[in-house]
Design a protein around this ligand. Structure first.
Ligand code: PLP
Length: 448
């Protein structure tokens, strides 16, 4: 069994010694020294069923015994069709076709290309612009990175990125004016899209891309009430497709199967991943509306895209088993109930903390924003690397949390995202908050 060591697995941790994960036990990961880590972030909002679900692993084994792989250029498979049926049955609006890929970035890439191809098929080739939002993350492949608005991730690759335009996100903690109601702010934030469409010429825009609840850049930022209804209206008014990236916030994470259900809208294209395979297999999906499918069917008849592992049977078998566990009313109610308890415990512990500016989120998708000064909301100097220090201190205490640095007007801000498995209980909630309090305290002390 390998010990904690300098890893040779490219590209991570080439210098630092990292623990070697050897076993999963419910909400915990056990390393080669026998140390247990409570997974309070689901890795990165992935492991919604914890790390040792026997039914999911059995479903994968059963599928491997039947057939591991059949290329979609030749075949479909039973698990791919079964998972597609389940997703379409529950998907909002007229999302009625599913394209299975291997992760979130691939789902976003497929969505961007599908939007472009749709307009080519219906004779609107001038629609080539994509609008997205600053402080968002849509993946690391070049197209998805171009859509993402995290400056820190984008900057090293800037000359290579596809030209896309960005508007401010709906981020009440930072951008709501004093005295402005949440509803008024939601409308104002959405109207930034209208202004950007007018600037570009609305007839030249193919799609707007957004996460319903922002994950990997800002830590569980929920939209202001009415924001997405206004966004939907603006897209409809100008014939722009709405792509919702639910890679992180979808699949029950916020307490409804699709996060956008709670906004009362449906997209034209949705991207999901992470919780779809719950980490048992790499899988993502793009869901498209019947209107888009029909346009392609009536036109070229072929979506000009593809990867070798589309609709991988073992991955889809995992997806079916996961779906059957996370999608029922009891599990979704549990996410809301345990999310409420974790939220209350975080508010209890950190509500008055001088360096916790905001506690937010929905369901079991919660975030803390760290600030140097609660009054002015000034973030910490990025040179401190506070988020990384919190992660290190948390790991030492046997807690996995997902720290991140967002960009605020060019400066980094520090956030901690919590996205524990849906199977956590009250004891886990207590442990998460205790260990997180220790980790934040140690990280702050280390700045002095
Ligand atoms: N979209 C969102 C909202 C994400 O949070 C992520 C990953 O964190 C991605 C896309 C990319 O997914 P993947 O890392 O599976 O490629």
């Amino acid at each position: 069994m390998p010990d904690a060591r300098a890893s040779r697995v490219f590209p991570r941790h080439t210098k630092a010694s990292v623990p070697v994960a050897v076993r999963g036990e419910g909400c915990f990961i056990v390393d080669s020294d026998g140390k247990k880590y409570l997974d309070a972030s689901g890795g990165a909002a992935v492991s919604c069923l914890g790390h040792s679900d026997p039914e999911v692993t059995q479903a994968i084994k059963d599928q491997l015994d039947r057939i591991a792989f059949a290329h979609t250029g030749f075949f479909t498979s039973e698990p791919a069709e079964a998972l597609a049926d389940r997703l379409i049955d529950r998907a909002p609006g007229d999302l009625s076709r599913v394209y299975f890929v291997s992760g979130g970035s691939e789902a976003v890439e497929a969505a961007l290309k599908l939007a472009r191809q749709y307009f080519l098929e219906i004779g609107q080739p001038q629609r080539r612009h994509i609008v997205a939002r600053w402080q968002s993350y849509h993946g690391n492949t070049l197209g998805a990175l171009s859509a993402g608005g995290n400056r820190w991730r984008r900057e090293p690759f800037e000359p290579l990125l596809v030209s896309m335009s960005h508007v401010d996100p709906c981020y009440a903690y930072r951008y709501r004016e004093p005295g402005e109601s949440e509803e008024a702010y939601g409308i104002r934030a959405a109207d930034a899209l209208e202004a950007e469409l007018q600037r570009l010429g609305p007839e030249t825009v193919a799609a707007f891309v957004a996460e319903p609840v922002v994950g990997a850049t800002l830590g569980a930022v929920t939209p202001a009430p009415g924001y997405f209804r206004r966004i939907r209206e603006i897209c409809d008014r100008h014939g722009v497709l709405l792509i919702l990236d639910e890679v992180m916030c979808g699949m029950g994470r916020t307490g409804s199967l699709f996060a956008c259900e709670q906004e009362g809208i449906a997209p034209d294209i949705a991207c999901i991943a992470k919780g779809l395979g719950a980490g048992y297999q790499p899988i993502g999906a793009m869901l498209a509306s019947q209107r888009i499918y029909d346009a392609i069917a009536a036109g070229s008849g072929f979506f000009q895209h593809g990867h070798t592992y589309l609709g991988h049977p073992a991955a889809c078998a995992a997806g079916v088993a996961v779906f059957d566990k996370i999608s029922g009313p009891a599990m979704l109610a549990r996410v809301r109930e345990m999310g409420g308890k974790l939220d209350a415990a975080l508010r209890d512990r950190f509500g008055q903390h001088p360096n916790v500016g905001d506690i937010r989120g929905r369901g079991l998708f919660l975030g803390l924003e760290l600030v140097e000064d609660r009054e002015t909301k000034a973030p910490f100097d990025p040179a401190h690397g506070l988020a990384a220090r919190i992660k290190k201190a948390a790991m030492a205490r046997g807690l996995m949390c997902y720290p991140m640095s967002g960009t605020l007007d060019g400066r980094r801000g520090d956030h901690v995202l919590l996205a524990p498995p849906f199977i956590i209980d009250d004891t886990h909630v207590e442990l998460i908050v205790d260990r997180l309090a220790d980790a934040i305290g140690l990280a702050l002390d280390s700045l002095e």
